[in-house]
Design a protein around this ligand. Sequence first.
Ligand SMILES: C[S@@+](CC[C@H](N)C(=O)[O-])C[C@H]1O[C@@H](n2cnc3c(N)ncnc32)[C@H](O)[C@@H]1O
Length: 251
Amino acid sequence: MPEWNARQYLQFEDERTRPARDLLAQVPLTQVRRAIDLGCGPGNSTELLVSRYPSAIVSGLDSSPDMLHQARQRLPQCGFIEDDLERWAPTEPDTDLVFANAAYQWVPNHLDALCRVVAALAPGAVLAAQMPDNTREPSHLAMETIATRLGVPLAARADLPAVGNYYDALTPLCSRLEIWHTVYNHVMPNTAAIAEWFRGSALRPYLAGLSEARSREFLSEYLREIAPHYPTRADGKVLLRFPRLFLIAVR
Ligand SMILES: C[S@@+](CC[C@H](N)C(=O)[O-])C[C@H]1O[C@@H](n2cnc3c(N)ncnc32)[C@H](O)[C@@H]1O
């Protein structure tokens, strides 16, 4: 997986943090002793945990050194560890909240990983996760189209499993399980901003191995491809439709 870039990711910090706020708002815990933010990125989602649970021990986990560097600067009072969430499960018995905003979609077969995390929680503890469910959106289909046209290796994320598959796998481990979708319509200045947004996430694996010139070619073809799908609105802006899957699993 190519390296993440915290500065590129944070260009759309407000929009990217909104689903984390919406997810946290549904966590049914008034008191938390220990919380961990999986795939914490630059610490934007970790900061929300610190604000909501000021007396909790809050830590973050990520595989990207650049993201972790940003997170440590932002929240020096928290512990941040470099690890792979594919194999991580809680070991501290007072872990009341495992939070993962926009992270597990990068782990193929993450159903197993989610089950392992929930199984390791104490009764009443919570796993709260959100994953973009946008692989069939024009923004993502266009990446595959352009890669095929230019002979660039396909680097699409796998589609998320169906809601019923999450339900069937997790419900035997849970006292309560909520799964829902929210479709955001992010207001963007233009389609170039959509390309910028995804240069911070889904376009990275496509662009990582390309020369500067090939990368420019890919991006200009990508912009041409997505333009008809994101028409200019009354105020001159465009709407980025962005479906996301949320789940709250209470052990
Ligand atoms: C889209 S960012 C989410 C950042 C932050 N949680 C937020 O709410 O905006 C995804 C993060 O997951 C991390 N990540 C991806 N795959 C991972 C893995 N297998 N193990 C640990 N972290 C991973 C990336 O390094 C990145 O920082």
